[in-house]
Design a binder for this molecule. Structure first.
Ligand code: FAD
Length: 513
C-alpha cells in the first residue's frame, strides 16, 4: 500500500465495524482538499456476536472524542457506570463473604510521597493490619460497596472525579454509532459479501451476493470470528492462546431485575465456577449474565445448568445462547491493504472487559501509523508488533488471575493453575513480585492500560504478597502509615456522602438526553 488513502471499505457492522466507521470518519475526513469516502457493508443475514457489555475507562474518552453526548448513552444504550470488577471465589472457591476482592479503576492515593499501597503493605507486613488492600487504598471500592456512581450528580460531560467504564447493551451502542456515522457521511450498504478478490496489493475487490462489486484503497475486516478478509482471503495465520487460557465457550442469558426500582451494581461481578467463571452486569432494565467455560471440562448442558441455577428466582428474558470463543490473535492484524479489527483480529476472554478496549486502541494506533504516500512497510511492521505485544500483555494479565489462585478442587482449576500456562515474561514478573512491590518499570511492554497498580490489586486480592515488598516504605513509622490510610478512609467516607446511587444517577442522565 503506497498511495494516500481516498476510500475505505469496512466489512461488518458489529461494535468493531461501527466504532471504526465513526472513528475513521472523525479522524480522517476533516480535510476538504483530500476527501476520504467511507463505506460500511454489513450482512442482514449474519448476526453480530451480541455480547460485550462491560468496558474500561478508555471508552469514555473515545466517545468524548467522537462528540457523542454522554446522556445519549444513558437514553439509548441501557448504560450504567462501572467502578471496577468484583472477583468472587477466585482464591479458594469460597462465597462472597469469605472469598472476594475488588479490582477498582482508581490509582491508590498518595500520602507523604508514597502510594497508599506502600503504607498498606508496611502495616500488613508488620502484622498491624488485616484489612484488604482494595478497602484501604482505593476510593472506588467504597463506591462499589455503597452501590454509588463514580460520577457526581452535577459532573459535567465526561468529567468525573475517578476513572469509570460503562456497562452497555453492545447492540444498542452499535445502533447509536451507526446513526452517528451515517449522519456524518459514512455510506451504509446492507449486503452480504459473497466473494473476495486478491492481488499483489492485498484485497482487490469484493462482490456482494446481489452481484454488486465494491472496491476501495483500504479494507477493514470487522466480520467477527469469520475473518472473511484477513483470514479466508489473505490467509494471515492465527496465533492461538489455547495453551495459556483454557476457556473456549460461553453461554449468555439476560435476566430481569428483582424489582422495578433495583439498586444497580456499579461494578462487574466475576464469580469463579467449576470450569471457568460467570459474569453479572447490571444494565438499567436488566442484568446480563453469562458463563465462560472450558469445553474440555464442562459440557454445554452443564454450563447452561450452572448459569440458570445462578439466576435463582429471577425471570429469564431470553433463552440461554451458546457461543464459541477463539482465543488468540492474527499474526499480523494489518496485512497489505487490509486492517482487521475486533473479533476478526483477535480475542481474549472478557474477564477484564478488554474486547472493546482492544478495538479502540487498535484504531487509535492505526491512525498514527497510517501511511500517507510512500512505502509504509516499516510503519506496518511496527504497528503489527505493537498490537501483537498488547495481546500478549493482556493474555498474561488474564492468565495471572488463574495461576495465582489456590483452587485445585476441580480438573479445570488444576489445569488452569498449572505453571505450564505461564509465559516466560509472566513467570519473570511473578518471581520478581514475590520479592518486591510491582512498579511500572518492571513491565517491559507497557502497552496495555493495566499498570503495576492493577497487577498489585490482583496479587493482593489473591493474597500473594511480596515477602519484603515494603522495603521502600519499611523505614516509615507505623503511625505515619496509619495516618495515610486514615486519610484514604476519610476520602472514602466523603465520596460515599457525595456520590448518588447508580440507579439515581442513571435515571437523571436518561432524563437529560
Ligand atoms: P461481530 O459482532 O460478530 O460482528 C460481525 C459483523 O460482520 C456483523 O455485522 C456481520 O453481519 C458481519 N459479517 C459477517 N460476515 C459477513 C459477510 N459475509 N458479509 C457482510 N458482513 C458480514 N467485549 C467487551 O469489551 N466487554 C465484554 O464484556 C465482552 N464480553 C464478551 C463476552 C463473550 C462471551 C464474547 C464472545 C465476547 C465478548 N466481548 C466483550 C467482545 C465483544 O463482543 C466484541 O469485541 C465486539 O462485540 C466486537 O465484535 P465484532 O464487531 O468484531 O464482531
Amino acid at each position: 500500500m503506497t498511495q494516500a488513502i481516498r476510500s475505505i471499505l469496512i466489512v461488518g457492522g458489529g461494535t468493531a465495524g461501527w466504532l471504526a466507521a465513526t472513528y475513521l470518519q472523525r479522524t480522517l475526513c476533516g480535510d476538504p482538499a483530500a476527501p476520504v469516502s467511507i463505506r460500511l457493508v454489513e450482512s442482514p443475514e449474519v448476526p453480530t456476536i451480541g455480547v460485550g457489555e462491560a468496558t474500561v475507562p478508555t471508552l469514555a474518552a473515545t466517545l468524548h472524542a467522537l462528540g457523542i453526548p454522554e446522556p445519549l448513552l444513558f437514553a439509548r444504550t441501557e448504560a450504567t457506570l462501572k467502578n471496577g470488577v468484583r472477583f468472587i471465589g477466585w482464591r479458594q472457591g469460597g462465597d462472597a463473604a469469605s472469598d472476594r476482592f475488588d479490582h477498582p479503576f482508581d490509582v491508590p492515593m498518595m500520602h507523604e510521597g508514597y502510594s497508599s499501597l506502600v503504607h498498606w503493605l508496611n502495616l500488613t507486613q508488620r502484622g498491624l493490619l488485616r484489612a484488604p488492600m482494595g478497602d484501604c487504598c482505593s476510593v472506588q471500592t467504597a463506591l462499589m460497596e455503597g452501590l454509588r456512581s463514580p460520577k457526581l450528580m452535577d459532573s459535567a460531560g465526561y468529567l468525573a472525579p475517578v476513572p469509570y467504564g460503562y456497562h452497555i447493551d453492545a447492540g444498542l451502542l452499535a445502533d447509536l454509532l451507526r446513526e452517528t456515522a451515517v449522519a456524518r457521511g459514512v455510506i451504509h450498504t446492507p449486503g452480504t459479501v459473497s466473494a473476495v478478490h486478491t492481488g499483489p496489493e492485498g484485497i482487490s475487490g469484493l462482490i456482494l451476493a446481489d452481484g454488486r462489486p465494491l472496491q476501495a484503497d483500504l479494507y477493514v475486516d470487522c466480520t467477527g470470528f469469520a475473518g472473511l478478509l484477513i483470514d479466508r482471503a489473505l490467509g494471515v495465520p492465527w496465533l492461538s492462546y489455547a495453551d495459556h487460557l483454557l476457556c473456549d465457550r460461553a453461554v449468555a442469558c439476560p435476566v430481569a431485575h428483582e424489582d422495578e426500582a433495583p439498586a444497580l451494581r456499579p461494578y462487574t461481578t466475576a464469580t469463579a465456577e467449576a470450569a471457568g467463571w460467570r459474569w453479572e452486569i447490571d444494565l438499567q432494565s436488566r442484568r446480563g449474565t453469562g458463563y465462560v467455560y472450558a469445553s474440555a471440562h464442562c459440557s454445554d448442558d452443564e454450563a447452561v445448568a450452572t448459569l440458570l441455577r445462578s439466576h435463582g428466582s429471577r425471570t429469564r428474558l431470553a433463552d440461554p445462547r451458546l457461543l464459541r470463543m477463539r482465543i488468540g490473535h492474527r499474526a499480523r492484524v494489518w496485512e497489505k491493504n487490509c486492517l482487521s479489527l475486533g473479533l476478526a483480529s483477535g480475542f481474549i476472554e472478557p474477564l477484564e472487559s478488554t474486547g472493546i478496549y482492544l478495538i479502540e486502541h487498535a484504531l487509535m494506533q492505526f491512525v498514527d501509523y497510517l501511511p500517507g504516500a510512500g512505502n509504509n512497510s516499516r510503519r506496518q511492521a511496527t504497528y503489527n508488533r505493537l498490537i501483537g505485544d498488547l495481546y500478549d500483555e493482556l493474555r498474561d494479565f488474564i492468565v495471572m488471575h488463574y495461576v495465582l489462585s489456590q483452587r485445585r478442587d476441580t480438573p479445570f482449576w488444576r489445569e488452569a493453575t498449572d505453571a505450564a500456562r505461564i509465559s516466560p515474561a509472566l513467570a519473570d514478573l511473578l518471581a520478581l513480585w514475590q520479592e518486591k512491590v510491582p512498579q511500572a518499570t518492571d513491565i517491559n511492554r507497557r502497552m496495555s492500560l493495566f499498570s503495576a497498580n492493577n497487577y498489585f490489586y490482583i496479587l493482593a486480592g489473591m493474597h500473594q504478597l511480596p515477602l519484603a515488598g515494603a522495603a521502600q516504605g519499611a523505614h516509615i513509622a507505623p503511625d505515619r502509615s496509619d495516618a495515610a490510610l486514615r486519610q484514604v478512609a476519610a476520602v472514602r467516607r466523603a465520596a460515599l456522602m457525595q456520590s448518588p446511587t447508580m440507579a439515581d444517577y442513571a435515571r437523571k442522565q436518561r432524563g437529560a438526553a
